[in-house]
Design a protein around this ligand. Structure first.
Ligand code: GTP
Length: 831
């Protein structure tokens, strides 16, 4: 019959089940089933009204209990009660879940938008207890024995309150700084437009003035504190009223605040969830609109931590005032901070748009001193500064082009027509301390190029540092190090004029360490003045030193005329024999070095005394000398002829910044060609072009310049980074080539072989190497004597191949000097 019973009798399933699956009950049994079903339902309906039991369930139970009504009712009752409890539990859990979600939603909504009319929600206690311990019960790693737990101190995420962030719990008396600031405020208020203090306004024992309003009567600090307590509590009561449910005003708001005037916003100020919180999440547009809502601001501001008394004193807000500045934080920032409970500190600590605490203090101090507040200045000036900067940036233009109108002169015609004096450069060379600078100082002084007053000043200053004998040398040695050491370091140029000639002196250093500078000076010279110290022993040491080297160098650089000033003759009592001895030795050497006898002249002189410089010596011991004085000898020296009609070449001696009119200037001597104002020139090796804005020739403004003249060119339309000493100015139509290798005919000063050398040309010097010895040459004819020698001995003329590490502007026939290890090894002509 039934499955239950059929199974009990042990029938096989295959035998039991017919095709339709079930056997159908007989009518008698059906009647019993109907009757008992009705009974069960009747009984269940009385006991469990809310529980719905289906007819099938009842019949199934009756069938199970052999139509026993009592058993079936009990079973069904128990079952339904269990189900009911289960349903209730799950409903409670669902309700809690939805409540939590709604609360989070409300908080988020409140934080993001600050909906007007909404109140900050507080979660209601959950109806069902949720135990985290139960939830993690099966997590064994959480059950750490207490003896194994480490003591870990976790620093708070936010700074502790105090000072400007609000006074600590319990208030406390104001700090010294607060008192000091209060005193300053008092001074400020007294000096401001407030009415003079009367007996009625002045409170006995007042310690300071805390009135933010200069028109208001000043209050003492104690009054201020008292007022702060009262106003704050009332303000909080009223301010928070809108945030709480009217039916449940928090009594703690008034009491706790009254007791803690400086404490931060109490937690109990946070209202409970309100039904007025809209369930619908507003759109972003709505949020931004509502966040700007003015009526919301007091609510937002009232959520902030109240400033401390010190902050109020410094900031000038009264106790009744709350921080009503709109938040500088974005709602999203606050949202994140709220998660960590930092929201109430956020606006204080991250409000960078407002004045910092330091600014507040400084502003207060400045205000007391009558200075302009930094914040005020910055606020008002910020926009202006930004605008100025933007405009300034727009105004800036690297490509600012200057146009200068050229007069289109025929410069050579102008030169020929001009009555300008011939100009001559001479370089002063010789061993260190031979007296070169002193001699030139004397020359300049005697020629009136330097006034007596300046000389006296130099003398005084030189005596002060124990170098009185160098006073004349200071005319040329202008550098502080040069003066302190009594040694010339770099070349110095100075000018003086005679009736016929404008002379430029190039005083070079005698010390061997500064030979490169001497080479730069020699490259600008038409002729040379070799100064020799005639003192006993000094002449001899000079010969071994730089006397010969300098003479050789100037000759190698193309100087043909040389005047030998046998100096310090006073030190040898104008000994004629000494003079003749020196003359003989030097003459022999110079001739060997390539100077013609007719181009060599000797003058016995004394730079210190000025004998035979510009005037004949009056010393009787010097009466044996009947030759020319130095100035007479200079006058007879013809400057070199220069290639005026050749392409423009000018080696830059110096680059300097002038004034506003002439920001970039270069100086040097024109080696070849000519130029005029308005010319476009090319600088090499940079390859940059520049416009000639103006020209100075021998310190005089000029429209043009020709080869041989010392000029200052004021340039435009070029960045100074493209200009360096040693660079060459030329024209784009005939640029000077830049090369890395060359062949040169040189006179060897030392043994030459394939070796590392420095290549010097004027101010320019670059590292390189002698790559090959092509041939040694006959001195007179220049014909090769020996091809590919392994070594070239000193005094030999040779043709060599040189490679340089970088490309430099060089062209034949340029004079070059090769140095190695601090000595000059060769000098000659680039072929
Ligand atoms: N007795 C005497 N001393 C002189 C004479 N000329 C220069 N001196 C001294 O020689 C010293 C050196 O003089 P400087 O003019 O500095 O010599 P210098 O050749 O220019 O020296 P450097 O440029 O450093 O190589 C100084 O103490 C001068 O006073 C001179 O005619 N007679």
């Amino acid at each position: 019959m039934s499955r239950h019973r059929v199974k009990a009798v042990g029938y096989d399933d295959d035998e039991y089940y017919d095709d339709d699956g079930y056997d159908s009950p007989d009518p008698e049994e059906q009647e019993l089933l109907q009757r008992t079903t009705a009974e069960v339902l009747q009984k269940l309906g009385a006991g469990l009204p809310s529980v719905t039991v289906t007819k099938d369930e009842v019949q199934e139970t009756l069938y199970y209990y052999y139509y026993d009504v009592e058993k079936s009712v009990n079973y069904l009752k128990g079952k339904k009660e269990k189900e009911l409890k289960k349903q209730q539990a799950s409903a409670a859990a669902q309700k809690l879940k939805s409540q939590s979600f709604a609360f989070a939603h409300q908080r988020l909504d409140y934080v993001l938008t600050g909906q007007p009319g909404s109140e900050f929600p507080t979660p209601s206690p959950p109806s069902a207890h949720f135990s985290a311990a139960d939830f993690f019960r099966d997590c064994p790693w959480l059950h750490v024995p207490s003896h194994r737990k480490a003591d870990i101190l976790v620093e708070p995420l936010y700074p502790r309150l105090g000072l400007l962030g609000g006074a600590p719990e319990g208030g406390g008396k104001p700090s010294k700084l607060a008192m000091l600031a209060a005193a300053r405020k008092k001074k400020e208020a007294q000096s401001a437009t407030s009415p003079p203090e009367t007996a009625s306004t002045k409170q006995p024992g007042s310690e300071g003035v805390l009135s933010p309003d200069p028109r208001a009567a000043p209050l003492s600090l104690s009054e201020r504190l008292a007022k702060s307590k009262a106003t704050k509590s009332s303000e909080l009561s009223s301010g928070l009223a809108g945030l709480r449910r009217p039916s449940k005003p928090s009594p703690s708001a008034s009491t706790s605040h009254a007791n803690k005037p400086c404490s931060s916003e109490p937690r109990d100020a946070v209202p409970e969830p309100s039904k007025s919180v809209p369930a619908q999440v507003p759109t972003m547009e709505q949020r931004s609109e509502t966040s700007k809502s003015p009526e919301l601001q007091p609510r937002v501001s009232s959520l902030r931590t109240e400033p401390s008394e010190f902050a109020r004193v410094i900031g000038g807000t009264s106790a009744g005032q709350t921080l009503t500045q709109p938040s500088q934080l974005q709602p999203s920032d606050l949202d994140v901070l709220k998660i960590y409970g930092l929201d109430r500190f956020a606006e204080q600590f991250f409000d960078f748009a407002g004045p910092s605490p330091d600014d507040v203090v400084l502003n207060a101090q400045n205000t007391a001193k009558g200075l302009k507040s930094k914040s005020a200045a910055s606020k008002s000036g910020d926009k202006k500064a930004q605008d100025d900067m933007a405009n300034g940036m727009n105004d800036l233009s690297v490509q600012e082009k200057v146009t200068v109108k050229s007069k289109n002169l025929n410069v050579l015609d102008e030169y020929n027509k001009s009555k300008r004096k011939k100009s001559a450069n001479f370089v002063v060379i010789g061993h260190v301390d031979a007296g070169k600078s002193t001699l030139m100082g004397r020359l300049l002084a005697d020629q009136g190029a330097i006034d007596q007053r300046t000389l006296d000043k130099y003398r005084k200053e030189a005596e002060k540092i124990g170098k009185g004998s160098f006073a004349l040398a200071w005319v040329l040695d202008q550098g502080s190090e040069e003066r302190a050491r009594g040694v010339t370091i770099d070349i110095a140029t100075n000018k003086f004029e005679t009736d016929n000639t404008a002379f430029t002196i190039v005083d070079s250093p005698g010390h061997r360490d500064f030979v490169p500078n001497m080479i730069a000076g020699a490259s600008q010279a038409d002729f040379a003045v070799l100064v020799i110290d005639s003192s006993v022993g000094k002449f001899e040491s000079g010969l071994k030193g730089q006397t010969k080297e300098h003479a050789l160098l100037v000759r190698s650089m193309g100087v043909q005329k040389i005047i030998v000033a046998v100096n310090k003759m006073d030190a040898v009592q104008w000994d004629k024999g000494r003079f003749e001895e020196i003359e003989q030795q030097i003459s022999a050497f110079l001739t060997t070095a390539g100077f013609q006898e007719k181009n060599i002249s000797f003058i016995p002189c004394s730079g210190v005394l000025g004998d035979n410089i510009t005037r004949r010596s009056e010393d009787a011991k010097a009466s044996w000398f009947a030759g020319r004085t130095l100035i007479e000898e200079l006058e007879t020296s013809e400057p070199c002829t220069h290639a005026l009609d050749k392409p423009l070449r000018m080696t830059i001696g110096d680059v300097f910044r002038g004034g506003v009119q002439n920001p970039i200037s270069i100086s040097g001597r024109l080696d070849a060609g000519s130029l005029q104002i308005g010319d476009q020139v090319l600088t090499m090796p940079s390859g940059e072009t520049a416009l000639i804005r103006s020209i100075e020739v021998d310190s005089e403004p000029s429209d043009w310049a020709v080869a041989g003249q010392n000029v200052v060119l004021n340039l435009a339309n070029i960045d100074p980074v493209h200009l360096r000493s040693g660079d060459v100015v030329c024209r784009s139509s005939s640029p000077i080539p830049t090369i890395t290798t060359f062949t040169a005919k040189v006179l060897a000063f030392e043994h030459l072989m394939p070796m590392m050398v420095d290549v010097h040309r004027g101010r320019l010097h670059v590292p390189g190497r002698i790559a090959k010895l092509v041939a040694s040459l006959d001195k007179a004819s220049g014909a090769p004597i020996k091809k590919r020698p392994k070594i070239v001995s000193p005094g030999t003329v040779a043709r060599i191949g040189v490679e340089m590490d970088q490309a430099v502007p060089l062209e034949a026939p340029t004079r070059i000097v090769l140095r190695s290890g601090g000595t000059t090894v060769a000098a000659g002509l680039l072929e």
